[in-house]
Structure formats: structure tokens, C-alpha cells
Design a protein around this ligand. Structure first.
Ligand code: ZN
Length: 474
């Protein structure tokens, strides 16, 4: 068995791994690279494999950095199936359509490329097979090529090939709604791809399922491989404190938020703080993100993925994502109307790393305002606007304008969607049942190296931090 890493190597975006076992060529995720531009130049590069030769594509979760290049597979001739949990299937459609809209907008404004068409997105959605957590699927071999000149007739499989099965099972990763880590069994070996692993005690989501024993190789994310988050128990108190302070300053509180998960968590916490506990002064709160509004509908549809607390509230009839004072802004007109609402007010808008989306319109207006606050609640990849502001840069480029940052800039880690170093080490069995081989991806170099060092010091495991294009035999 061979595994190759074609993205998220010493960085946190562009996840794309290829597993080859016998005639099977299975791709795990095919995400977009994201940096200073929404649509990084690297995404236009030819794929380092032939999509037409793939036998199956597994999607761990709907985040753009894991799904954004899926339509390129269809464009490149892939005609097999994509596998994901039902929630991931629905969220992926929203994410890809949103990405296409942003690409079309950026193309009109700045001439940046449009990677794929609406037909390519439809092609992906038409080839999805939904798989529930814990259900083992037998992945098919690549479809034999069409016989030339004979319409849709395909060459028959060779004798015995039907038996060369590869088993695939998804487990709840607790990272975003529908997220999974994936176990693949082939050639008598077991390999696990972590996708992204969630933080501890995340509102709404169930806990990450434990990693199984006797794994031959683990491919693990390391976004926060060298960092520790604030404790989950303090999460709500921290939000309360920051929101109260921002309201007291009298300006606008801007919260750039990832449309999947962070936003719903934030709504869930704000619902609790305002509607149930009455701890926050009543100020207008705007959710200015069509993608987040669409995603929230998917959350409502699958209460079976909720954790115990959320199920309890849901059964009591509490609307988890709505409360007095909250306005959902779907259309551009609704978005523009936010400007007319006097301060103090709270605006939650995408994109989470400020590399696109409606948050930019608000940033243009309020970054220069000393009374306003920018509250960063998620990971900010290198070169993104969010990262530049977090690192203290001023002025910054916002929609082709130089804008000085005069507002208060705050950041909290407790709302991160990713496991920190302790959680990752715990998940890997706390040293008791370690995988035989560990490959670390999806982390900036210091983060991946930090986790590799801990694995060596604490458990005596030599973990490999993967480089782009590396292929390993398992
Ligand atoms: Zn993710």
C-alpha cells in the first residue's frame, strides 16, 4: 500500500491524500489551498494524478480546504463515487456553490480565475454516496475503461478482481457537523486518516470517537500541534466577557466566523447567554452570511448528530440557533441595511479568515473605528487578512484599499474547531496503543514539528512530518 500527500503538507490548507492498494486508487479529500487570495494560484496547477484513474473519493468533512477542488476531479474525468456522511454531503454543496459565487465575483472585480463551473459542482453532487458513521463500505475498483466505438460498453473485470475489496468506515471526528475520521482496511493493513480532529466539549457536537487499536499507519492533522487552548469550561465565560467589553466600548463588534460550525456554536452560546441566562445587554446581532444561514438549516435537519446537552434543549423546544435580537441577513440588501443600524451592534460574517466574503465590507467600515472591536475566534492561516491583523499589521489591504487598523483586536482560542496538542496526544491513545507509523500533515511547520517532538519525547514514536509530494509505503 502506498500513500502520497498532495496538499496540507507543512501548511493547513489544500488537504489531498492518495492511497493506492492493488488496483484501488482512493483519494481522501481534495481541498482548496487558501492564502492571501480566496483562490490561491496553486489551485490552478494541474492535479498530480489522473482523476479518471481514481476508484473512489472519500470526503472527511465539508470545509473548503478539504472539498474545494472536488469539482476539478469531475472536470478531469473522474466518474466514480464520492463518499461522505449525509450532513457532509449537504454542507459540501453549500460550500462549493458559495466558493463558485466568490470566484465569479473575484473574477469580475480582479480578474482572478474561476476554477470550475456550476456543471462541475452538479457533477460532484450527483456522484455522492452518503455513509453513516460506523457503517463499513466496500469500495469498488476503478471502473474499467469504455471500449472504443462501442457506446457505453465497458471491458469486464478480470477474474477474481471483485474480491479485491477495500473496507472503509467513518467515525465522528467532532470537528464540524458531519465530520469524520476514516479507517481504511486493505491488503491486510489498517490505515486511519484523521481529517480534522475537533476540540474538547464542543457545543452541539458529540465528542471525537476514540482511535482504534492496532493501526498500521495514522495520517494525523497537526493544526494546533504545538498549542494549548483555553479550557472548554471557560468558553462561555470568555465569550461573555469579550462581548460585554465590546458592547461597553460602544462600537461595532465584528466577528469573522467560519460559516460551518463556528457560527452555529456562537449562535448556540449567544442563545444561551441572551435568551436563557439573560447575561448580555440586548443589542442587535446580525448573522450576515448566506452560507452560514444555509448551514444552520442543515444543523436543524440532523438532531441525531447532536450531543446530549443539545438534544435536551432541542427536546424542550428551544430553538438552538435563534433568539430575540438576532437578524439573519441573506440578501445583499439585508446586508447593506446593517450599516444604518446605530451602534453598539454585533456582526457575525464570513469568511472566517477574512480572505473574502461579506466581513470585508464591514472591515472597510469599522477597522478604522477606535470604538469598534474585531474578535477573532478561529484559526487564521498564513497570509490571510485575519492573520495579518492578528499579527499587528496596519494598514492592511481590504478590497484593494489601504485601511489603518484602529479598532480593538481580540482573539480567543477556546472556540477553535481543532484539537490542541493535549487532545491530539490523548486521542492517539495517550501512548497506550500507538499506531505503528504516524504521518503529520495539516499544520504549519512549527505546529507539526512541535507535535512530532512530543510524540517522540512522551511515547518514543517517530512521527514523520510530511512534505508535499511525499509517497510512503505502509
Ligand atoms: Zn476542517
Amino acid at each position: 500500500m502506498q500513500i502520497s500527500f498532495f496538499g496540507a503538507a507543512r501548511e493547513v490548507t489544500g488537504s489531498c491524500n492518495l492511497l493506492e492498494a492493488g488496483k484501488h486508487k482512493i483519494l481522501i479529500d481534495c481541498g482548496m489551498f487558501q492564502g492571501s487570495d480566496f483562490n490561491e494560484g496553486k489551485n490552478s496547477d494541474p492535479l498530480p494524478f489522473n482523476p479518471a484513474e481514481l476508484s473512489a473519493v472519500i470526503v472527511t468533512h465539508a470545509h473548503l480546504d478539504h472539498t474545494g477542488r472536488l469539482p476539478l476531479l469531475i472536470k478531469g474525468g473522474f466518474d466514480g463515487y464520492f463518499y461522505a456522511t449525509p450532513a457532509t454531503v449537504e454542507l459540501t454543496q453549500l460550500v462549493l456553490e458559495d466558493a463558485l459565487e466568490v470566484m465569479v465575483y473575484n473574477n469580475r472585480k480582479f480578474g482572478s480565475p474561476i476554477l470550475y463551473s456550476q456543471e462541475d459542482v452538479a457533477g460532484v453532487m450527483g456522484r455522492f454516496k452518503a455513509v453513516e458513521y460506523g457503517e463499513t463500505m466496500c469500495l469498488p475498483l476503478p471502473r474499467p475503461p469504455l471500449i472504443k466505438g462501442r457506446g457505453n460498453v465497458r471491458l469486464p473485470l478480470n477474474k477474481g478482481e471483485e474480491q479485491e475489496g477495500v473496507g472503509m468506515t467513518m467515525y465522528d471526528a467532532g470537528h464540524i457537523f458531519g465530520s469524520a475520521f476514516v479507517e481504511i482496511e486493505a491488503e491486510g493493513k489498517r490505515v486511519v486518516f484523521s481529517g480534522d480532529i475537533g476540540n474538547v466539549d464542543v457545543p452541539i457536537l458529540k465528542d471525537t470517537e476514540p482511535l482504534m487499536e492496532n493501526i498500521d499507519a495514522l495520517i494525523c492533522e497537526s493544526t494546533y500541534g504545538n498549542r494549548l487552548h483555553e479550557s472548554a469550561a471557560q468558553r462561555q465565560d470568555i465569550i461573555e466577557k469579550f462581548v460585554k467589553e465590546a458592547i461597553a466600548r460602544g462600537g461595532t463588534l465584528m466577528i469573522p466566523s467560519f460559516s460551518l460550525e463556528r457560527t452555529q456554536e456562537l449562535l448556540y452560546i449567544l442563545n444561551d447567554l441572551t435568551d436563557r441566562k439573560h447575561k448580555l445587554p440586548r443589542v442587535p446581532i446580525f448573522l450576515d452570511s448566506p452560507l452560514a444561514i444555509g448551514a444552520t438549516k442543515v444543523y436543524r435537519k440532523y438532531p441525531r448528530y447532536y450531543d446530549e446537552d443539545a438534544v435536551k434543549l432541542f427536546n424542550e423546544g428551544d430553538d438552538l440557533f435563534e433568539f430575540p435580537g438576532l437578524t439573519m441577513c441573506d440578501t445583499k440588501e439585508e446586508s447593506k441595511r446593517i450599516n444604518q443600524v446605530p451602534n453598539p451592534k454585533i456582526i457575525i460574517a464570513g469568511a472566517g479568515m477574512m480572505n473574502g466574503g461579506r466581513i470585508l465590507h464591514h472591515a472597510l467600515r469599522y477597522l478604522t473605528d477606535e470604538q469598534s472591536t474585531l474578535l477573532i475566534i478561529g484559526y487564521q492561516a498564513q497570509n490571510t487578512l485575519g492573520r495579518q491583523i492578528l499579527d499587528g499589521k496596519s494598514p492592511v489591504r481590504v478590497m484593494a484599499e489601504n485601511i489603518p487598523v484602529r479598532c480593538s483586536v481580540q482573539a480567543i482560542g477556546a472556540l477553535s474547531a481543532h484539537a490542541d496538542q493535549e487532545k491530539l496526544l490523548d486521542w492517539m491513545g495517550g501512548g497506550k496503543m500507538l499506531p505503528k507509523k504516524v504521518y503529520l500533515n495539516h499544520g504549519e511547520p512549527e505546529a507539526s514539528d512541535g507535535l512530532a517532538a512530543r510524540l517522540k519525547e512522551d511515547f518514543g514514536v517517530k512521527a514523520t512530518v510530511v512534505n508535499l509530494g511525499l509517497s510512503v509505503k505502509v
